[in-house]
Design a protein around this ligand. Structure first.
Ligand code: ADP
Length: 707
């Protein structure tokens, strides 16, 4: 995708560029306006000057041409004089004929032929320079021409025998003193020569002079005469009433743009035209225009150049400022970073950053000195492993890692505890608390806090032990009761057997089958008592063994066996709804039993205030979201709202001193967390309190790996 230059600039720079460009544009428009105005005037002035020039030339040339025509007039006068002395009906005297011929041949007047057509054709006379041009029929037509007296009448130009020339006939009517018409005189002007004469009047390059008859017919001109005669060219305009006109026209011959002035030749039925190429006339104007244009271009370039120079200087200054600001900010950032690192290194905890994702999971990439210090190892040693859990013993299983990942994804944080082999060879408990602080696609950016919980662990262990012994003490009465029943049965059976085996005389023989049955019952009772004592021993020892697959129904049975008498005494109705096909869970039988026992004893205490008939506890379990959920729901008054947030805090109790320790639920939470599970409490809408235990499936924890 292409983006324009403007789009790439920052808003400030864009604003400046647009501003400067607008100013430059305004200046350019102003310049152009001035320029157009000046040029417009200059054009008009130059055109006017050109027209005036051709008009003046026309006036000058008109005078020259008039002098020529005056000469012709004089020639005609001579001819008339000749005619005067020429008695009607007589042949031309040799003397005049000779003189006229000489005049004609002189070419001073551009005369080609001279002739006189008498009324009597026999008396026709012509100079012998070209009589053949006039045939007999022509001669008749000329003789009968009606002409005003003593006036030169110009006829139509005719092409001459030579291809480059033409002839212009000029007719006149000599009259005798007595008023008698003496025929028609004819002067034939040589077109090419007349044109050459006009050409000599041309005074600057490109100037053209032409002579036209009053009706506009072309007679002669400084260029292209033959063609004009051939085409019977007529003038595109006539002199105005004042005898002159000047125009800008396209040449009839070659379409050239020209300035033309027409001028009437005084007292003659003729006018002349003088023209000059517009390009020539406007040469100085064009020069002026070129200078103006260059000037204009320079000014525009100067304006734009200055504008951009200003922009460049400004942006350079801005870049310098931004750079120095960035440097200052960088310095400040580095200082803050160093301070932060210093503070973090001083913290008595490990702080680290970790990227957690479904593929390459749990990769630590930054950590403070506290991480190494807490586990008594060097930074290099810590740097070589992907996480401190590489020193954990035992190594976290794949199930734990999976559970951690799910927990992070669902809640945004996760806490994990493990024993780490420290640099001095000892194992120490560490707690790892991860919190998600950002996401990069599937990857979660986490900040971790590693704390030494060795002391806390020891305290918790002794608290668990104390609680366990307390529970034992509390339940000993119930246990004694449980033991009492099989012992009583055993004693009874033993006594009965003894009486049956009496060796008194007169006693019937002992019923051996009956005795064997009783013996079996005694063994069963002993097994039951042994189970109770075995279990009790396990509870007292704490059995700090590794996690194992645990059967939930077994754990519920075990817990109930220990507190059944206590619950019965408190008149509590216990219902159990656990599907037989539930999978095994991760944990330890004794610990899960203890959690359930704690919950049952709390339920018993909570229901002490309600009528005996209403005391019910329901234990249900099921598979939800691939984990096992066990719910212990009682019909008591529920957990007071102010208690809920602190329920799982150690030493928090609402019971009187000496009755409650406030450790029960915090121990339950600790036990479930160590099994990878959880416990939460709520007051359901139906009433009472409900504790929900989450336990991981044992059949999903087959792959082991380190976190
Ligand atoms: P303790 O039982 O020694 O008080 P726990 O941690 O087991 O310590 O319990 C903490 C508190 O939680 C109890 O004091 C009681 O107020 C409340 N509690 C526990 N279970 C229930 C329950 N089923 N119904 C109402 N409140 C309960």
């Amino acid at each position: 995708m292409r983006r324009s230059l403007l789009a790439l600039m920052s808003r400030q720079v864009r604003g400046e560029v647009i501003g400067v460009l607008l100013i430059a544009l305004a200046l350019i428009v102003l310049q152009l306006a001035v320029w157009v105005l000046v040029l417009d005037r200059a054009t008009a002035g130059a055109e006017q000057a050109g027209l005036v020039r051709v008009r003046l030339a026309a006036e000058t040339i008109e005078q020259a041409v008039r002098r020529q025509i005056d000469a012709l007039d004089r020639f005609e006068f001579n001819l008339s004089q000749f005619a005067h002395r020429w008695p009607e009906g007589s042949a031309a005297p040799a003397y005049f004929a000779q003189r006229l011929r000489r005049l004609a041949l002189d070419r001073r007047y551009n005369i080609s032929t001279v002739a006189h057509f008498n009324i009597d054709p026999a008396l026709d006379w012509h100079a012998d320079t070209g009589p053949e041009a006039r045939g007999p029929s022509d001669a008749d037509a000329i003789r009968n021409m009606v002409l005003p007296p003593d006036t030169l009448v110009v006829g139509d130009p005719e092409l001459a025998a030579e291809p480059t020339n033409w002839l212009i006939p000029v007719y006149f009517r000599p009259t005798l003193d007595n008023g008698t018409v003496a025929g028609v005189g004819l002067l034939t002007l040589d077109g090419a020569e007349l044109s050459a004469t006009l050409g000599r009047l041309v005074s600057w390059p490109g100037q053209q002079v032409a002579m036209w008859r009053q009706d506009g017919r072309y007679l002669a001109g400084s260029v292209n005469g033959v063609m004009a005669v051939q085409r019977r060219l007529t003038a595109p305009a006539r002199p105005g009433p004042d005898g002159r006109i000047q125009l800008r026209l396209l040449s009839l011959l070659n379409g050239e743009d020209r300035f033309v002035a027409f001028k009437q030749i005084e007292n003659q039925g003729l006018f002349i035209s003088v023209s000059s190429p517009a390009a020539y006339e406007l040469t100085s104007y064009y020069r002026f225009r070129t200078i103006m244009l260059s000037l204009e271009a320079s000014v525009v370039a100067l304006i734009i150049g200055t504008a951009f120079l200003v922009l460049i200087l400004r942006s350079r200054a801005r870049v310098r400022l931004a750079l120095s600001q960035a440097e200052t900010e960088q310095d400040a950032f580095e200082r803050q970073h160093a301070e932060l690192e210093h503070i973090l290194d001083g913290v008595d905890a490990g702080v680290y950053r970790m990227r957690v994702g479904p593929g390459d999971r749990f990769v630590r990439y930054d950590y403070n000195a506290g991480v190494a210090r807490l586990i008594g190892r060097t930074m290099e040693e810590v740097g070589k492993v992907r996480g401190v859990l590489a020193f954990a013993e035992p190594q976290p299983t794949e199930a734990h890692r999976l559970a951690s990942l799910v927990d992070l994804q669902q809640t945004g944080h996760h806490t994990y505890e493990a024993q780490i082999r420290c640099g001095d060879g000892h194992l120490r408990w560490m707690r790892f608390q991860l919190r998600v602080v950002g996401h990069d696609g599937d990857i979660m950016e986490c900040v971790g806090l590693m704390t030494d919980i060795e002391v806390e662990k020891a305290a918790t262990a002794s608290a668990i032990m104390a609680a366990r012994l307390a529970t034992l003490g509390e339940l000993s009465a119930g246990i004694a009761h449980e033991m009492k029943q099989p012992l009583t049965v055993i004693a009874l059976l033993a006594e009965t057997t003894e009486s049956m085996l009496s060796d008194e005389p007169d006693t019937p023989p002992p019923p051996l089958g009956e005795i064997a049955k009783m013996q079996r019952r005694i063994v069963t009772m002993v097994q039951r008592a042994t189970a109770i004592t075995d279990h009790l021993r396990g509870v007292a020892r704490g059995q700090d063994s590794a996690m194992e697959p645990v059967s939930l129904p077994e754990a519920v049975d075990g817990a109930l066996m220990l507190c059944r008498s206590s619950l019965r005494e408190a008149q509590i109705d216990v219902t159990i709804d656990i599907p037989a096909e539930l999978p095994l869970v991760i944990g330890r039988l004794v610990l899960i039993e203890q959690v359930l026992m704690n919950l049952l004893m709390n339920a018993r205490d909570a229901m002490a205030t309600i009528p005996a008939g209403d005391r019910r506890v329901a234990i249900t379990a099921g598979l939800e979201d691939d984990v096992l959920r066990v719910r212990v729901h009682d019909s008591g008054p529920g957990i007071p709202l102010h208690v809920l947030p602190r329920l799982f805090q150690a030493f928090f109790t609402t019971k009187p001193v000496g009755v409650g320790t406030g450790l029960g639920l915090s121990i339950c939470l600790g036990i479930l967390k160590s099994c990878g599970g959880d416990i939460v409490a709520a007051n359901p809408s139906g009433g009472g309190a409900e504790f929900t235990l989450t336990l991981l499936r044992a059949d999903r924890a087959g792959h082991a790996a380190a976190t």
